[in-house]
Ligand binder design. Structure first.
Ligand code: GLN
Length: 195
């Protein structure tokens, strides 16, 4: 049986996630935008894009309930960039809609508006065979993680947290779907088989 990975397809770069996940053997990656489609997945990716827009659309389509149910059942959820903002409990200076599942505080556009995008080689905890090339686009960062709630920091750049995990939740400030390296995707897919 393939692992069914839903990619939330309301806004943002969901196509790139579907393409890159589909390259991996044993994965069926699907665009999901209804409650039923979300509920039918083994794991979910919330892509990069514009977090206020993604939030508004999730609220309008009442997608938070099936996503919360996935979380409660331990199915993995990965937020990249805007998706990471949607997963966070706290967002600096913003009351925008969010799922608020992860015990982290994020700051939007955290690398400065003048630096629209940049790349970096990131050593990642749990990925031992060399650094991961990471693409940042108007990226947020994680200002604070609540370690007492089980949040683990997996990578930093310039001392800023850009990859972290809490149980079945993974959050990256960068875009692994925009490079040729699939090791972060594999790390996420391995979470499906964990208990
Ligand atoms: N800056 C965007 C936001 O706050 C996120 C950027 C991205 O997803 N590439 O929603």
């Amino acid at each position: 049986m393939p692992k069914v990975v839903g990619v939330l397809a309301v806004q943002g770069d969901f196509k790139e996630h579907i393409e890159t996940l589909s390259e991996i053997e044993g994965v069926e990656a699907r665009a999901v935008k209804t409650r039923e489609q979300v509920a039918a997945c083994d794991a979910l990716v919330i892509p990069g894009g514009e977090s206020t827009t993604i939030g508004k659309l999730m609220e309008r389509f009442e997608l938070d309930e099936p996503v919360r149910a996935m979380h409660e059942q331990g199915r993995p959820i990965w937020g990249t960039c805007a998706g990471m903002i949607i997963l966070a409990k706290d967002i600096v200076d913003s009351d925008q809609w969010r799922l608020g599942l992860m015990d982290i505080t994020v700051e939007r556009n955290a690398f400065g508006r003048q630096v629209d995008s940049f790349e970096a080689d990131l050593p990642v905890k749990g990925i031992e065979d060399g650094p991961v090339r990471a693409v940042f686009i108007r990226a947020p960062y994680v200002r604070e993680v609540r370690e007492e709630c089980g949040v683990q920091v997996l990578a930093t750049v310039e001392g800023k947290i850009v990859l972290c995990r809490q149980g079945n939740l993974l959050a990256s400030a960068f875009h692994p779907e925009l490079t040729d390296d699939r090791r972060v995707q594999r790390m996420f897919l391995d979470m499906i088989d964990e208990d």
